[in-house]
Every structure is written in C-alpha cells, then in structure tokens.
Design a protein around this ligand. Structure first.
Ligand code: ADP
Ligand code: MG
Length: 329
C-alpha cells in the first residue's frame, strides 16, 4: 500500500510523560473539530474549572467567526456582499485586519476571501477529468483580499461584489487556541496545552520540569517518531490531509488551492509550522502548501521565530534554518 511509505507528521501529546497528577484533560468537539485541552492545576476542581472556562471561550469565538452558523457576524458580512457594509465587533474587525496583513505578508497565498471559490476540483476520488482552464480561472473570480473594504471608525466590513465570501478555516482554530491560552494564563494557570486537531499551543513546563515536546511521526507507525522537537512556548500547527488529493498526468494535486490561480497546490504532503502564536502558525501552514517547498523555505527563513518542517510528495523532509531535525527514517 502506497501510504505505508509516507512519513506523516502528527502531533502526539506527551500525556504519558506527565509525572504528577497535577495535569487535567478535557476533550470537546468545538469549531467542527476535536479540541484536547490540558492544564496544570492544584486539584481536580480547579483543573475542571479552568478547562470549562477555556471551552466557554472557544465556544464564544466560534459563535462570532463561524461562517457555518447563519447567526454569526461573519455570515452577516457574507450575506451583505455587494449590498452594504456590516457593523461588527472590534474583535472580528481586528481578526479580519490581521488576516489581510497575512495576505500581504504571504503575497496572497493566504486569503480569507478564499471562501467564495467555486469547487471545480474534487478530492474525494469522484473526478474523472481535469477542469478546463476557463472554469479554473472563473472559480477564483470573486476571490481577492484587496477588495475587502474595512472602515475602522465605523467598525464595518464590506465585501463589494455579490458572491464574495470570507471564511476563517485556515486561521480560526489557531486564533481560538491562542485566546484560550491567553485566558488561562491570565487566570494563573502555569502550564498547559491547547490542541485543536493538530493546531497546538503550549506554555510552561510539564510537572516533571521538562519542556512539552511534539513528535513528528508516521501515523501508521507511531512508535517511530522521526523527530522530537521541544515546543518551548511556541505554537505548532500541521496542515495536510493525506487522503485528499487527485492525480492527473502524473501530477499530485493536493486539497489546498492557490487562491490566486484556482489551481491546487502541488509537491507538499504535509507542513508543520512553529511560530510564537497559533494564529500565525495556522495561517502560515496553509500558505506554505500554496507556495511550494522552495518558496516556502525561503519565506519562512526570513521570519524571526518561525520555523517549518515540510514533507514533500517524495517523502523527503525539509526544514527551515532554525530547526535541527534529525531524521531517523
Ligand atoms: P487542514 O486543517 O485541513 O490541514 P488548513 O489549516 O490549511 O487545513 O485549512 C484548510 C481550510 O482553510 C480550508 O478548508 C479552507 O476553508 C481554508 N483555506 C484553504 N486554502 C486557503 C487559503 N489559501 N487561504 C485562506 N484559507 C484557505
Ligand atoms: Mg491552516
């Protein structure tokens, strides 16, 4: 089987390394994915209380930013595309403004207006022919972060074309993880991990005094981590879905689509980004896919405090200059 030979990064929580009974866990389905929360606290009651606060915070953010929930402010912005600006909370306004900054930083590889893309590519095995160049070009006609109109004084967001849409699929989980961590730190929680299905932020140390570490492994052989990396207060986000791709004329097209061209990304199977905040790591992991290995390594090497590990379609592991990845495979 083809997949056996793939080296696939995956975050393993080092639960088993926690020596004291002073860490507490909770798993919830939030923002459409699995969140695993860990806090270090003095006693089960305190731990459960902190975990409940974190879950409430993530739920609050989901209500505000989800484009699936028709009652969210994001949905209101999308409904009003081509019609009128929409007044939003400062928190959402700021998130959109930061998303646009990330579009500038990544030269458009990251783009929240990606959400209007016509799904001319399918990655579930149902496609029999490559879409025509015309349909691919047409699929991104409404996409374009440059078109989003922000008015800070009025706190409004306007999508000027009918059919334009925004969505936080590539940044929302990271943002929520950061906010949950900030909340817990402000409550005095000395250490913990927020893991949103591979979008992870960790702070403090394990009760044993050791750093939290993440393993980059082959999920089909999890015993054999090919690299262990300390998280040291940073966030780690892995982007990659090994099943979702389609092949035409020998080219492997992965499920993340370049919002500038409408063509799927090629060459990368998985990207793990280390950054000071999960929001940045999340957005960059998606951007790395779009950029391709060489451009992405160049780009990440210019960002202080940010690193990347890329597994390409030939199973080759590439890492940015700031990481010392010893591969054992
Ligand atoms: P995953 O969690 O599936 O590994 P990502 O974190 O990269 O993937 O996020 C994928 C989601 O982000 C997509 O489902 C889509 O909603 C959105 N997205 C995809 N490509 C882009 C892009 N270039 N810019 C912004 N958002 C994107
Ligand atoms: Mg992402």
């Amino acid at each position: 089987m083809r997949f056996i030979s793939l080296i696939i990064p995956l975050i393993l929580l080092p639960f088993h390394l926690i020596a004291q009974s002073a860490s507490f866990h909770r798993t919830d389905k939030l923002m459409g994915c699995r969140f695993d929360l860990t806090v270090v606290a003095e006693g089960a009651d305190a731990g459960a209380g902190f975990l409940a606060e974190a879950v409430a915070e993530i739920t609050r953010i989901e209500r505000l930013i989800s484009s699936w929930n028709p009652n969210s402010q994001t949905s209101a912005i999308n409904r009003a595309a081509g019609v009128a600006p929409v007044v939003v909370d400062a928190e959402l306004f700021d998130l959109i403004e930061r998303s646009i900054s990330l579009s500038k930083l990544t030269d458009g590889a990251f783009d929240i207006s990606y959400a209007s893309l016509d799904r001319v590519w399918q990655f579930d095995g149902s496609m029999t022919a490559k879409p025509s160049p015309e349909s691919i070009a047409a699929s991104v006609a409404k996409v374009g972060w440059q078109k989003i109109v922000l008015d800070r004084e009025q706190s409004t967001v306007y999508l000027p074309e009918t059919g334009m849409k925004i969505g936080f699929g590539a940044i929302g989980k990271g943002y929520a993880a950061d906010r949950a961590r900030t909340l817990l730190e402000s409550r005095g929680v000395p250490a913990g991990i927020i893991n949103a299905s591979g979008d992870l932020t960790a702070w403090g140390k394990q009760p044993s005094g050791e750093d939290w570490r993440v393993a980059i492994t082959n999920p089909l052989n999890k015993e054999k981590a090919f690299a262990w990396l300390p998280v040291d207060g940073r966030a780690v986000v892995t982007s990659g879905n090994y099943e979702k791709f389609v092949r035409f004329d020998g080219v492997r097209y992965a499920h993340i689509i370049d919002p500038r061209t409408g063509y799927p990304s090629t060459g990368i199977v998985s990207a793990t980004v280390f950054a000071p905040r999960a929001e940045l790591a999340d957005a960059l992991a998606t951007s790395v896919f779009v950029m391709g290995t060489e451009t992405a390594l160049d780009f990440i090497n210019q960002l202080p405090g940010v690193d990347v590990v890329i597994v390409d379609e030939a199973n080759k592991v590439h890492s940015s200059a700031g990481l010392d990845v010893q591969t054992s495979n």
